[in-house]
Design a protein around this ligand. Structure first.
Ligand code: ASP
Length: 297
C-alpha cells in the first residue's frame, strides 16, 4: 500500500503536500521531496529551512540529504547558508555531480550554479526566538546538544510501484557552533533507504545518532528480518546502551522506519515525546511513538 510518513506533528503538513504526488504515481523521491519542501517553506517551523533558528552567531545553516531505494543513489549538503530548498539541492548533488556530499561555501556555490536563489533564511520571529533561547554570553562556548532545540523533518515514501525514497532536511541544533554538522545530511546516520531492506530516518541529537550510524542500523535490522517497529526499538536500545557505556543519560532521539510492505515503525528514547504523521489512504494520522528507557524497556 503506497504510504508517506514524516517526523513530528508538523510532518502532517509534509504528508498532506506529498499525497497528491503519491496518487499521481510519481516516484518515491519526488513525493518525499514535495513533502519536505512544504516544511522548508514554512516560516513557522523553527527547525527546518526558511525561519530556522540560527547557530551560535545567529546564522541559519542547513543540512539535508536524499536517497533513492531503487539504486542507492544518494546526495547531501551540509552547513549551507542562504539556500532555502536544501533537500532539492541535495538531489542535484546526487543527479548532477559524481559526489555524494557538498558542504559550506562549496555547496552554496553549487546552488548558485544550479540556479537556486540566495536569500536570507531569517524571519523577524526566528530572530526573536534566537535571542530568547540563546545561551547567556560567556556560557560554555560549545552548547550542549542535549539542551538545544531541534526537530528535523524526515519523509519516507513507498510509491505505487513498490519503491522507497527518503528525504531528511533540518537547520540542525539551535545555537550550534558554526560549522557543526549533524546526522541529517549524512547517509546512514539521518537517513538510509534500500528497497531490498527498508527505509529509515532519524531525529534528535545528531551526535548520538552518528555514533551508531542510526538509520543504517535500523535498515540492517529490517534486512535481518525484523519489522520496522522492532528495528527502531533495536536502534534505540543500541543508542541507550552506548550512552550507558559512556556514563551519560540517553539523549532525545527517535527513529522512524517504513518497509516495502508499507509497514511503519517508530521508537524514541524516554521523554522525547516523538510523534509522526502517516498517510492512511487520503487521510493523515498522527501517531505517538513507543519510548524505551535507559534499561531498554
Ligand atoms: N538531528 C538533528 C541534528 O542533530 C536535529 C533534530 O532532528 O532534532 O542536527
Amino acid at each position: 500500500m503506497p504510504t508517506v510518513v514524516a517526523t513530528w506533528p508538523f510532518g502532517q503538513t509534509a504528508v498532506r503536500a506529498a499525497l497528491p504526488l503519491l496518487r499521481q504515481g510519481r516516484p518515491a523521491l519526488d513525493v518525499a521531496l514535495a513533502g519536505a519542501q512544504a516544511i522548508e517553506d514554512d516560516p513557522a517551523i523553527h527547525s527546518v529551512g526558511y525561519g530556522g533558528i540560527g547557530n551560535s552567531i545567529g546564522t541559519v545553516s542547513l543540512d539535508a540529504c536524499v536517497m533513492d531505494g531503487r539504486t542507492l543513489h544518494c546526495g547531501g549538503v551540509a552547513a549551507v547558508e542562504n539556500v532555502r530548498h536544501v533537500a532539492a539541492l541535495a538531489r542535484r548533488v546526487m543527479e548532477r555531480t559524481p559526489h555524494v556530499l557538498l558542504v559550506g561555501e562549496g555547496a552554496r556555490l553549487f546552488a548558485v550554479q544550479q540556479g537556486f536563489p540566495l536569500d536570507t533564511l531569517l524571519t523577524p520571529e526566528s530572530v526573536a526566538e534566537w535571542y530568547k533561547t540563546r545561551p547567556k554570553p560567556n556560557a560554555n562556548p560549545a552548547p550542549n546538544p542535549r539542551d538545544q532545540g531541534h526537530d528535523t523533518v524526515t519523509v519516507l515514501v513507498l510509491d505505487q510501484k513498490g519503491s522507497l525514497g527518503g528525504v531528511c532536511t533540518t537547520s540542525g541544533l539551535a545555537h550550534k557552533l558554526p560549522g557543526r554538522v549533524g546526522d541529517s545530511p549524512l547517509i546512514g546516520s539521518g537517513l538510509y533507504v534500500d528497497d531490498t531492506a527498508g527505509a529509515a530516518g532519524a531525529t534528535g541529537v545528531g551526535e548520538e545518532i552518528i555514533r551508531i550510524s542510526g538509520s543504517f542500523f535500523v535498515v540492517e535490522q529490517m534486512r535481518a528480518g525484523r519489522t520496522p517497529q522492532e528495528a527502531c526499538e533495536a536502534a534505540v536500545r543500541r543508542l541507550s546502551s552506548v550512552a550507558v557505556r559512556r556514563g551519560v543519560h540517553p539523549a532525545r532521539v527517535a527513529f522512524l522506519a517504513l518497509d516495502v510492505k508499507g509497514r511503519v515503525g517508530a521508537a524514541a528514547t524516554s521523554r522525547t515525546n516523538f510523534q509522526y504523521a502517516v498517510s492512511k489512504g487520503n487521510k493523515v494520522e498522527l501517531v505517538q511513538a513507543r519510548e524505551i528507557d535507559a534499561e531498554g524497556k
